[in-house]
Ligand binder design. Sequence first.
Ligand SMILES: Cc1ncc(COP(=O)(O)O)c(C=O)c1O
Length: 388
Amino acid sequence: MSLFDKVYARQQTDSLKWDKLKFVYDRDNVDGIIPMWVADMDFAAPKSITQAIQKRLDNPVYGYSFEGETCTAATIAWLKQHHATDIEVDWVLYHQGVVPAIASVVEAFTAPGDAVLTTAPIYPPFFNSPKQLQREVVFCALDEAQGQYTLDLTKLDAALAAENVKLFILCHPHNPIGFTWSNDELRQIDALCAKHGVLLLSDEIHSDLVLTGTHTPLLKISAHKDNVITLFAPTKTFNIAGIHAAMMFVPDADKRQQLQTTMQSHAQGGLNIFAMAAIEGAFSEEGATWLAELKDYLRDNIRYTAEQLNAIDGLYVHENAATYLMWLDYRETKLAEKDVMARLLDAGVALDPGTKYGEHGNGFLRINIACPKETLEQAVSRMKSVFM
Ligand SMILES: Cc1ncc(COP(=O)(O)O)c(C=O)c1O
């Protein structure tokens, strides 16, 4: 039995995934619905994290703090060991989360009316956050053929050339589709952004969840490091999103200063004491052992889900190379999204509708398969009942 087989009751724990269903799906009765939407896992975090937090709790004085050297050292060592990438101490800034960090970057390096470019479909804060800050959002849609997505670099070149585009946000690996970028694509994206003087923001929160192949941090191969800002965090990987923590790697000193000034103007940035402890517990040998086991479990869940759903006429789901999020194509069924969503909820499963990721997501569903097998089997059987 795997440690990930254990079913935890998450109801009434103020869990966004479990306790907000009524609100998110606008439904009176959500009893028994299995939530497979927001990207958090129904698994316990590794013991090394609990123990690190416990150790900090044991000294019951919780006053103001600053990020100590050990937290940064653990992060840098992790990047070196797991991604063969050198991050310099000075490059590291902290924030309360990756999404708050995106907002800070948008604020620091673009002005209202400027445009922010990203791919489509895409994780919603990539467009919502700039829009809320009165920036224009421009999409470079990914091309899709038989479940494989690619970015047309000629199209990207043209989009980056637009006068008012100041920032390109890359999702690396990609949410919601779960693919990884090749080194060649990364080099070309890096070169195109530099050519057009467009700042490249690489959100690498899912980098430790690459299940097939390896993750190449943009900073490992960038020829224009001063034009790149990377966002990184242990929160998806170790299922500690509720603890709120993120790192920003900013090689260019002027950009670092500009970003810090923006964050300080809102009294943002830094980490709370429990986040610091959690990071040290995560980026450890025990954390790495736990993660290797988790990835095996996720690979099994992905294989199982693909096998089951691909056996149904009209459905196609690719076995994703990264993340625990699967992108199910139901376009052949010709069903409308609102009908599919209603039927799925009636059957007892809550997935993310594809259009949440922009109009290019129409005809797709995002499935979070990070749950014990027992839960997954039940949920997949409910999904099948809707499409059979
Ligand atoms: C690409 C991406 N960035 C950021 C986040 C969320 O980051 P945070 O919780 O640190 O704001 C997610 C969550 O799913 C994500 O998929």
